[in-house]
Design a protein around this ligand. Structure first.
Ligand code: SF4
Ligand code: SF4
Length: 288
């Protein structure tokens, strides 16, 4: 069973909930697909038995010895990634889209394309099973492709080790990496918070999971910070036949747990918050 935990926006407490779920089962595969900001490895400190280079794309590089400063490449680059600075033609790595056009039109073949190879996929063991995660290097692209690699790896590990549950910590938003995260999973949990933007983003996220026809439920985190908005969110979910499987109150222990590199289940197992998350997880396993 693959369970993806996502949120329409960052900062809802999605990763804290994923970490809690990952420590509720004795043996799971935990896949951190929030590849732009993977952080569960900090909490769980997994061993790295595997490390794979992820080629996220290509960037253009100028050989200054060959370049005649003719300026042709500047005229052709549609991404404004090339400029002349102090009489020398320079490529700005962060603006380069890797389209290869400049390398093709350069009359003296001074531009070559090089692989962007700073991103990684890691796999290893953590205290509740196996863990896989991707780390996209700053400025590198194709996060959706890295998410697919992490998910494929998690599935293979689950099969090889006869592990039945994969918990996926997804990225925030509704973009390509989120689609890659939820495609084909058995269950999606959307974590939201009781704010206007939380409701707005929840609506967009629910639309996506509804389009993909995936079993979906919602956890309203920190619901007691705005009970009126929490009620509005709950009503919206009911109207759209989506269950609210948990209303978690604000509890500073969740942050304390993270600071201590533990999930709330490990840090304060008898706390009200831990009990509520356990109940939510039980509902997921019963419904999926
Ligand atoms: S087209 Fe080639 S030679 Fe001309 S400025 Fe660009 S890199 Fe230099
Ligand atoms: S590869 Fe494309 S985007 Fe990058 S510098 Fe060359 S023309 Fe511009």
């Amino acid at each position: 069973m693959e369970i993806a935990v996502i949120s329409g926006k960052g900062g809802t407490g999605k990763s804290s909930i994923s970490a809690a779920f990952a420590t509720l089962s004795e043996k799971v595969v935990l896949a951190d697909c929030d590849v732009d900001a993977a952080n569960l490895y900090i909490i769980f400190n997994p061993t790295h038995t595997e490390e794979e280079v992820f080629i996220s794309g290509q960037k253009a590089v100028i050989d200054k010895d060959k370049c005649t400063n003719c300026g042709e490449c500047i005229n052709y680059c549609r991404f404004d990634a090339i400029s002349e600075i102090n009489g020398e033609v320079e490529i700005f790595e962060t603006s380069c889209d890797g389209c290869q056009l400049c390398s093709r039109i350069c009359p003296v073949s001074a531009i070559t394309m090089v692989n962007e190879d700073k991103s990684r996929m890691f796999a290893g063991d953590f205290r509740n099973g196996k863990m896989v995660y991707g780390r996209l290097s700053p400025g590198e692209e194709n996060s959706g492709r890295l998410v697919n690699i992490v998910r494929d790896k998690a599935k293979n590990i689950a099969k090889e080790n006869d592990l039945q549950t994969i918990i996926i910590d997804g990225p925030p938003g509704i973009g390509c990496p989120v689609i890659s995260t939820i495609t084909g999973v058995d269950y999606v949990v959307i974590v939201t918070e009781p704010t206007l933007s939380g409701l707005h983003d929840l609506k967009r996220t629910m639309e996506v999971t509804s389009n993909f026809k995936i079993k979906t439920s919602v956890i309203i985190n920190k619901f007691d910070l705005n009970t009126e908005m929490a009620d509005t969110i709950e009503s919206y979910c009911i109207e759209n036949n989506v269950s609210v499987i948990g209303k978690i109150p604000f509890d500073p222990q969740i942050v304390e747990a993270m600071v201590n590199c533990k999930s709330i289940i490990e840090f304060a197992p008898n706390s009200e918050v831990a009990k509520l998350i356990k109940e939510s997880y039980k509902l997921i396993t019963l419904n999926s």
